[in-house]
Design a protein around this ligand. Structure first.
Ligand code: KG4
Ligand code: ZN
Length: 335
């Protein structure tokens, strides 16, 4: 049975995982440099790159040991590594490490698109996945609705024209003086806030499946300056409701247009409680299976990269050692 070592270093997580052909996760190790970025209110690329350099070796070693493999000569068949999109300095650390290990251990390696990795996350948790599947992929860097006809067969139906949903959360949190990343904090505050406290616009009400969040962020700034009496919990609840409404409205529209067997949430913002509730409700309304990732599968991890890599190895074969990192690699360009 094929066993793949996955490596992920596209942003602030240094991750390694060992996954087998049956998509059984034998180990998954994640280290994050997030604590170093908090003071800056966002990920500082140079700090993230340096943290990967320090952490990649120990993280890979731990993943191999936890999978019961010899860290010097592991019995693996291939290495899958995120080669884009992401921060160039961070991507290069994982990609160079993967090439070095591949040469040292005499195994092939394959470059994986990080977003395609997210699309494989539900497969690691639910073996009864049925196709076609509509996935709402929402993270700090991306917001898109993807139609999947099978593993690796994806079509981007719509995406954000400006900020990603997670980015909007982080920016609004910063404006409200909350910590970074802002999503979890706003989510927590919103649970006890009044979502009708602030009138915020719902952007992108047209028929297409694209999103926009930068206007919403500006609207929050304006509304809070005007209504200083509104408490932070109520602002958080109003903002969260507006984000969820836009995301769910587009997902509903996609469900009306495409006949699918299931809907899935993926990416860091998939941890959001309002969104999870809304997607579950939509799924039951449309009579489709709902795939909500566990909290561990929402964040960046290497198991999903290994899973996508297993598929890419079968469909397109290994990558050349000359493979370059692609910081702006679009999901639509993956084939
Ligand atoms: O996928 P991810 O871990 O990293 C990227 O690839 O971007 O997503 C991180 C994003 C951050 O913007 C963070 O604020 C957001 O996910 N996030 C949340 C929640 N948990 C994390 N946003 C809303 N609600 C949450 N509970
Ligand atoms: Zn991600």
């Amino acid at each position: 049975m094929s066993v793949v070592l996955g490596i992920e270093t596209s942003c602030d997580e240094t991750a390694a995982a060992v996954v087998d052909e049956d998509l059984h996760v034998r180990s998954s190790v994640i280290e994050s440099s997030i604590d170093q970025h908090r003071a800056f209110g966002g990920v500082v690329p140079e700090l993230a790159g340096r943290a990967h350099v320090a952490t990649i070796g120990p993280v890979v070693r731990r993943a191999l040991l936890e999978a019961g493999l010899d860290p010097h000569a592991p019995a693996i068949d291939a290495i899958a590594v995120t080669s884009g999109p992401g921060l160039i300095g961070s991507l290069l650390v994982g990609l160079s490490a993967a090439k070095g290990y591949a040469l040292a251990w005499g195994v092939p390696f394959v470059g994986v698109n990080h977003l395609e990795g997210h699309l494989f996350a539900p497969l690691l948790e639910q073996s009864d996945l049925e196709w076609p599947l509509l996935t709402l992929l929402v993270s700090g860097g991306h917001t898109m609705i993807v139609l999947q006809r099978g593993p690796g067969e994806h079509q981007v139906l719509g995406e954000t024209i400006d900020d990603a949903a997670g980015e909007a959360y982080d920016k609004v949190a910063r404006w409200l003086g909350l910590g970074y990343p802002g999503g979890p904090e706003i989510d927590r505050l919103a649970e006890r806030g009044d979502e009708t406290a602030l009138k915020l616009p719902v952007s992108m009400t047209g028929d297409d499946l694209d999103f926009s969040f930068s206007g919403l962020k500006t609207a929050v700034v304006r509304a809070t300056e005007k209504h200083r009496e509104v408490g932070v919990g109520d602002v958080a609840a109003s903002f969260q409701a507006a984000v969820a409404e836009q995301l769910l409205r587009k997902l509903r529209s996609a469900l009306e247009h495409y006949e699918v067997r299931g809907v899935a949430l993926a990416g860091g913002v998939a941890a959001n409680s309002a969104l999870r509730r809304g997607v579950a409700e939509l799924a039951s309304e449309f009579g489709v299976i709902c795939h909500l990732p566990s909290m561990a599968m929402c964040t960046d991890n290497a198991a999903m990269i290994a899973a996508a890599g297993l598929h890419r190895l079968k469909s397109s074969g290994p990558s050349e050692l000359s493979l370059a990192a692609r910081p702006n690699w679009q999901l639509a360009e993956v084939s």
